[in-house]
Ligand binder design. Structure first.
Ligand code: NOJ
Ligand code: MG
Length: 567
């Protein structure tokens, strides 16, 4: 294969001194499930602080925290009652300050979650709205409307909740009569804010400053494509699927997603962040928007810095699909001068070690229960390691979800009585929901709660098999998934893959993703074999990292990704 090193450039290199977020590896902590300090079965900030060295040793650049604010926890904290305080479940503001200080000491940047589309119904604003009359200033912070039909008994329009059921709930007015309805694209305990109201803008700008002043380095913006609704709230006769971003062919543009007005909001926020100088503070959009050309409008130069690349996460395990999504993602991001991002798992999706153990070509499930076909655990892990090895070679910024560095699978047989995701509850179990990917992390095999906390308590049950994946079973163990991730992150840094250019390597068959990351002057070959036959590396190349063992003849076997030097 010596004559195969002809390449086709798909992405030019970034500058060597590009800002940190253009190439950062960002680790997602889901606070309730990472580390518990007090034995109540729920992870907390002191627990995080005590274990941050794990992340320094792993070699990531930043940590993103799912919400830890005061919240009744109706949607695991994505229902915020006070944006300027920490829920006692997780600790105090002092604990947050200590955690941020420790992270910074270890060279880790800290990104917090911002939830601007909706508040909790227990937020003081919503409580005031309930106590006030229709048409009042207090109601105008949310989306209250009169109902349709006789007596206003029907919801104002036909929108559904993403979590199932109606998107509207009727309130009882102060005089005890059935009253107006309020919109909630998610749970009824998550009323949508009215972003046509200046007061809402001012409040969130102040919340941004509150956290920036405490020293945080950026925000992941929840439901970034949902803040503005089409005027008049027109009917939209379809189930809502934020997590698909899928438009039925020929269906009209959804009136609740990706409206033009959201961009104005992010331009204003960008100015605030820029005002904090260097190093850059960043915004990352959770925007389930398709196609990529529309998604990257969130990362135009005066808007956000990053947007999650959910097309990559949703790609089927097929070389042609992966090549296509890599090409289109980089082209789209390049068209606005933004880095692409890469992500394979998060707290809303089946972990990739389980997802990739399901038959190729099927729709991505929203959770797996004991009644569903079970993923092939060994195959899933093998593919997950190959997928991560491919992802971490790509230029741009990569997101790693807690536990994926252990090769952790989902809990796929959790009994219904433990499930807490409002999706499961609102669909009467028709949708299994996201609990399976949110189970507490195993740290120590032979310890209560696998070392998650000092007691046996865990807010979701840990599968027995999690012990095998515990951190202490993997540290220093050659070939473990944890050591693979450490190697990948070290080599990624050494060879500056995050700011590299990318070219496709010709000469390999359809079933192979063959790329060259040009780094800053040193080329790294990246070869993912998704075919049925082992493939040879180009002559003269030396393996740097491999997601699994090569064949005895030094060939790259099926479902394996290798990084190698070029001759
Ligand atoms: C997206 C978050 O990632 C998810 O966990 C949450 O349920 C919804 N937004 C609503 O806030
Ligand atoms: Mg705790």
């Amino acid at each position: 294969m010596t004559d195969t090193l002809s390449t086709d450039l798909v992405h030019p290199a970034d500058s060597a001194d590009a800002a940190w977020w253009r190439h950062a590896v960002i680790y997602q902590i889901y606070p309730r499930s990472w580390a518990d300090s007090d034995g109540d079965g729920v992870g907390d900030l002191p627990g995080v602080t005590a274990r941050l060295e794990h992340l320094r040793d792993l070699g990531v650049d930043a940590v993103w925290f799912s919400p830890f604010y005061t919240s009744p926890q109706a949607d695991a904290g994505y229902d915020v009652a006070d944006y300027r305080d920490i829920d006692r479940l997780f600790g105090t503001l002092e604990d947050a300050d200590a955690m941020v200080a420790r992270a910074h000491e270890l060279g880790l940047k800290v990104i917090v979650d911002l939830v601007p589309n909706h508040t909790s119904d227990e937020h003081v604003w919503f409580q005031e709205a309930l106590a006030s009359a229709p048409g009042s200033r207090e109601r105008n912070r949310y989306i209250f409307r009169d109902g349709r039909g006789p007596g206003g008994d029907e919801p104002p329009n036909d929108w559904h909740s993403v979590f199932g059921g109606a998107g509207w709930t009727r309130v009882t007015e102060a005089d005890g009569t059935p009253g107006q309805w309020y919109l909630h694209l998610f749970d009824s305990k998550q009323p949508d804010l009215n972003w046509d109201n200046d007061e809402v803008h001012a409040e969130f700008e102040s919340i941004l400053r509150f956290w920036l002043d405490r020293g945080i380095d950026g925000f992941r913006v929840d439901v970034a494509h949902g803040l503005i609704k089409e005027p008049g709230l027109p009917d939209y006769d379809a189930e809502l699927h934020i997590l698909d971003g899928e438009l039925k062919p020929g269906a009209p543009k959804p009136p609740m997603w990706d409206q033009e007005g959201v961009h104005e909001v992010y331009r204003a926020w960008r100015k605030i962040l820029d005002g904090y100088g260097e190093p850059d503070r960043i915004l990352c959009a959770e925007a389930w928007v398709r196609p990529q050309e529309r998604a990257v409008r969130y990362v135009r130069p005066d808007e956000m810095h990053q947007t999650f690349n959910f097309d990559f996460l949703q790609s089927q395990w097929r070389a042609a699909d992966l090549r296509a999504v890599i090409d289109t993602s980089l082209a789209a991001a390049d068209s606005v001068g933004a880095p692409s991002t890469w992500v394979l798992s998060n707290h809303d999706t089946v972990r990739h070690a389980s997802r990739l153990g399901l038959p190729v070509g099927e729709r991505r499930p929203n959770g797996i229960s004991a009644a569903d076909p079970q993923p092939d655990r060994e195959l899933g892990l093998r593919r997950a390691r190959a997928a991560s090895t491919l992802m971490l070679a790509l230029p741009g910024s990569a997101y790693v979800y807690q536990g994926e560095e252990l090769g952790l699978p989902d809990s796929t047989d959790m009994p219904a009585e433990f499930r807490q995701d409002p999706t499961f509850i609102r669909t009467q179990g028709k949708e299994i929901g996201r609990d399976g990917c949110r189970v507490p992390i195993p740290w120590v095999k032979d310890a209560p709660s696998f070392g998650f906390g000092p007691s046996d308590a865990t807010w979701l049950p840990q599968p027995a098999v999690y012990g095998e994946y515990a951190v202490d079973q993997q540290v220093g163990v050659e070939g473990s998934t944890l050591e693979l991730y450490r190697d990948l992150l070290r080599v990624r840094r050494e060879r500056e893959l995050g700011t590299g250019g990318l070219a496709e390597l010709a000469g390999y068959g359809d079933d192979v993703v063959a790329l060259v990351n040009t780094g800053q002057g040193q080329s790294t070959l990246v070869l993912a074999n998704l075919g049925t036959e082992p493939v040879a590396l180009p002559e003269g190349s030396t393996v740097l990292v491999a997601s699994g063992p090569l064949t005895d003849d030094g060939l790259v076997p099926l479902d394996t990704t290798v990084w190698a030097t070029t001759a």
